[in-house]
Write a protein that binds this ligand. Sequence first.
Ligand SMILES: [Zn+2]
Length: 216
Amino acid sequence: MIITTNAGHTPTSPGAGALLNEVACNRPLRDQVNDELRRRGHEVYDCTAPDDMGYPDELDRQVCIANESGATLAVSMHLNAGGGTGPEVLYWDGDDHGRALAAKISANLARALGLPDRGAKAPDDDLAFLRDTGMTALIVEACFVDSPEDKEAWDRTSWADIAAAIADGIEGKDWAKPAAPAPSPEPTPEPAPEPEHGCNETTHVVKPGDTIIIGK
Ligand SMILES: [Zn+2]
């Protein structure tokens, strides 16, 4: 699949910040998801706007790069703000494929982070990234920047789990925490050797009075 992703905001237009900061979190999030998608054989184009571009130009640039990329899916990485907990994924109202992928990604992220799943949402606001991209487009709101539970979940969850949860959702699959490798069983102790019998006929037990010849 050809997929285009972006890191949402730019340093000029940094988005929400509180306990977590969007522009600081969304860039490694984009990088980790891109690496995971490429590892799975997808072709990935970054449609993040240049650092010096601010609102609303950065959105026009994202849309422009996405529309030229040949991608069939566009995903923008964000964090949420305003009081709440857990991930949600926004899609364009009426895009059933977008709604299905959004629900899958949100559920997978909720499982990876251990937070409530807010699910797929078609926002009332006319968001340019969803409206103007010519393919299924999603805005991933991975968690809330202003929720202590969400910050704790974000900090404790590995990049591998977060990236795999999103990549699985993009592929329409459920994410499950990879099974930890089975602990290696305690080695079975070697059975203790049978004690030698003292009455073995080949063994001569030295007694007082025996003559011992050394060096023969
Ligand atoms: Zn944002």
